[in-house]
Write a protein that binds this ligand. Structure first.
Ligand code: BGC
Length: 229
């Protein structure tokens, strides 16, 4: 069987797709479109259908920026309230005529990044702040650190998300990032922390030895792991 997997990364600013072969290697270049505004379910699904139209695949993995339970989107802080309680896996599966699995976007990114050794924490720096936790490669799903209080009465996402970077500038954002890393090290005592997401390109500070910046493409490469049984 040489099944091809379409992996989809739904973000607050862009929707990205890639097709992976059975071994998880890309068979086409990454394709991207802007996230429609407002980012309501039907509008986002239409963009996914457009991106899928010229590609060959047998199954679909979706990374979504919210809590996911059995393919249903339970939260969507940076998209639209209409997503709450929406059966994304089922809806997309009917529209594409292919099996679909959905997971939190940071969880998918982590699956494409971790080594499988010890306690590994992943954070993603994009529109929002995503997080994922692994023990020996096993995912503890739907860790929502982003909305947890960090400092000055603000959450990690309020201090380190896209809006904070734009509003407060790179210097403050980088200082906060180091404070967040220290805080997360004390909380999780992780062996390795991975940092992914589009805003990693703005990191200008030296990071501790057990912290690694991972390429944004891991968000899509992790999609193959959803089909490992
Ligand atoms: C959401 C998370 C998501 C993160 C990154 C947060 O606002 O609550 O589920 O992983 O943004 O997209």
């Amino acid at each position: 069987m040489h099944l091809q997997t379409l992996t989809v990364d739904i973000g607050g600013s862009g929707i990205k797709v890639m097709v992976l072969d059975a071994a998880g290697n890309p068979v086409v270049d990454r394709d991207r479109r802007e996230t429609p505004q407002p980012a309501k379910p039907e509008a986002v699904i239409d963009v996914v259908l457009q991106l899928a139209a010229d590609k060959t695949f047998d199954r679909v993995s979706v990374g979504f920026p919210g809590v996911i339970k059995q393919g249903v989107t339970m939260t969507a802080a940076n998209l639209d309230l209409d997503w709450i309680g929406f059966d994304l896996a089922d809806t997309l599966s009917h529209r594409l005529g292919k099996p679909v699995r959905v997971i939190n976007d940071a969880d998918m990114q982590g699956l494409g990044a971790v080594s499988g050794q010890g306690v590994e924490l992943v954070i993603t720096l994009g529109t929002g702040l995503g997080s994922a936790l692994f023990l020996n490669g096993v995912l503890i799903p739907n860790l929502e650190l982003g909305h947890h209080e960090f400092r000055k009465g603000q959450t990690y996402e309020e201090q380190l998300g896209r809006a904070a970077l734009d509003r407060d500038g790179k210097k403050k954002w980088n200082d906060r990032l180091l404070k967040a890393i220290a805080s997360l090290q004390n909380l999780f005592n992780y062996d390795t922390l991975y940092i992914g997401g589009g805003n990693t390109k703005h990191i200008m500070v030296e990071l501790p030895a057990n912290v690694r910046v991972v390429p944004n493409v891991s968000g899509l490469l992790g999609g193959i792991a959803l089909w490992r049984d």
